[in-house]
Ligand binder design. Structure first.
Ligand SMILES: [Zn+2]
Length: 468
């Protein structure tokens, strides 16, 4: 594919208005739409209204702020191109909390441009990226009088607090949201110096495990040696969950996992990832022998994990307390890969823990919600090749297919409820401090994103098969 495009008119229109578009981004970022903190409820409503108004002004004939039971979602449809494919664009208007405030060079909700970067909370995740498809739809309509294909949008307000109402909302609106392809305007590119597309992300499962011995805390002088000690028993039990290299040893844990797209392994080899630099970057001693780049990235992206997030029991305050605790517990989260069912993994862990619970103790395992399955895009999906062509034309190199260790539940949600594949098409980059102070968005990538979305819509219109 060459870098030339059939959308020069649309791109020129966008180019002429890019300064005005940056001013709109700033206005969007002045709204403090923090989803996790009830103190920002007003900001949430205001941001939803901002998105709805912008969609309406862009020309979307149907725009609605949909109540979800939590923060509202904005749903829009512009479907007047008969016979053309339909895409559903996903994004979110909520943002992370701005704390710690004293680490910001300029205040988080007072956008500031420095060195070609726009600094504000939420600009990279996801206010900048989600504005791009709205502006591009508007540009098509103003330059050509029509969109090249049918566009629906869902912009939610709970992404930064775990999207608790997204699944029921998508399930309820599944006819209205039906599409041939979902394009996510959320989800960052891996590195600024390396074009990439994300084709897989790990799922998530969270558990609370409690082990109880006696009915109450006991004096270690009077009862030590005779009473059950749940801290001691739990430590032994947890040690049985991994081997000495850190691999999970729970029977049935990963039996149904499916092998990854081989292109991801190629990307890992081509990435130039620096293992020693990695350990230094997290402030950990560099191990000897040093694991290979391939080993580390495979573990971050493609291998399921079982991590202990917190362990507790007995006294941990200053000084000493001669106590035998009545109970001990651990918080566990697992990152899952494609093919693993969260419920089956939970059951496998519970079975294993039950099997290794010593007599004289009571075990409880509680799940936090149903968990999220991993997401993996079919390597042969035609939408993926189209995405790669467009990115190659804009960025000058074929993007690498990369995976993500973290969890983006939406891919699996749309696959399950709409039966539609999803591609990521975001122009933010993972180094833009989007969960930290001084979040920024490269304005050069904003302009590239506008061009890229124009070309993407054009290519999808001509090359994507429609299921209708
Ligand atoms: Zn996001």
């Amino acid at each position: 594919m060459s870098g030339t495009s059939d959308t020069q008119d649309v791109e020129a229109w966008l180019d002429e208005r890019s300064d005005a578009a940056v001013e709109e981004l700033k206005a969007f970022c002045r709204i403090p739409s923090v989803s996790t903190d009830p103190a920002y409820k007003g900001g949430i409503r205001q941001a939803a209204a901002f998105v709805a108004d912008r969609l309406t002004r862009a020309g979307f004939p149907s725009v609605e702020i949909v109540e979800t039971g939590g923060h509202p979602a904005v749903v829009a449809e512009w479907c007047d191109v008969p016979g053309a494919p339909t895409i559903l664009v996903y994004g979110h208007y909520d943002v992370q909390p701005p704390d710690p405030l004293d680490k910001w060079t300029t205040p988080p909700f007072e956008p500031d441009i420095r060195d070609g970067r726009l600094y504000a909370r939420g600009i990279s995740d996801d206010k900048g990226p989600v504005m791009i498809p709205i502006l591009v739809a508007e540009a098509f309509s103003r330059t050509r009088g029509a969109l090249p294909l049918n566009i629906k949008m869902i912009v939610e307000g709970e992404e930064e607090s775990g999207s608790p109402h997204l699944v029921p909302t998508v399930a309820r609106l599944k006819d209205r949201l039906a599409a041939d392809l979902v394009v996510s305007a959320d989800g960052a590119m891996w590195r600024a110096d390396l074009p990439s597309v994300t084709v897989a992300s790990r799922g998530l499962l969270a558990l609370d495990v409690t082990l109880t011995g006696a009915g109450k805390d006991l004096h270690s002088g009077r009862h030590g040696g005779s009473a059950p000690n749940p801290v001691r028993a739990l430590a032994r039990m947890l040690a049985s969950l991994h081997d000495e290299t850190g691999r999970v040893t729970v029977p049935g844990f990963a039996d149904t996992a499916t092998p990854p797209d081989p292109a991801i392994l190629d990307a890992i080899r081509a990435s130039g990832f620096d293992p020693a630099g990695y350990f230094r970057s997290i402030g950990a001693p560099v191990p000897d022998p040093l694991p290979s780049a391939e080993d580390l990235l495979t573990r971050q992206w493609l291998v399921p994990t079982l991590e202990f997030n917190g362990i507790f029991g007995g006294y941990s305050g200053p000084g000493t307390k001669t106590v035998i605790p009545a109970s001990a517990g651990v918080k566990i989260t697992c990152r899952l890969v494609a093919g693993q069912e969260p419920e089956a993994v939970r059951a496998a862990i519970e079975r294993h823990l039950e099997a290794v619970t010593p007599t004289g103790y009571t075990l409880t395992v509680k799940g936090h919600g149903p968990g999220s399955a991993a997401f993996a895009l079919d390597p042969d999906d035609p939408a993926l090749a189209i995405t790669e062509d467009v990115l190659e034309g804009i960025l000058g190199a074929r993007p690498l297919r990369v995976a993500m260790g973290a969890t983006i539940p939406i891919g699996a949600v749309f696959q399950e409820h709409l039966g539609a594949p999803m591609v990521f098409f975001s122009f933010s980059t993972a180094d833009e401090d989007y969960h930290a102070p001084n979040e920024f968005f490269r304005l050069e990538n904003f302009r590239k994103g506008l061009k890229a979305w124009a070309r993407l819509l054009d290519r999808l219109a001509s090359d994507l098969r429609t299921g209708a």
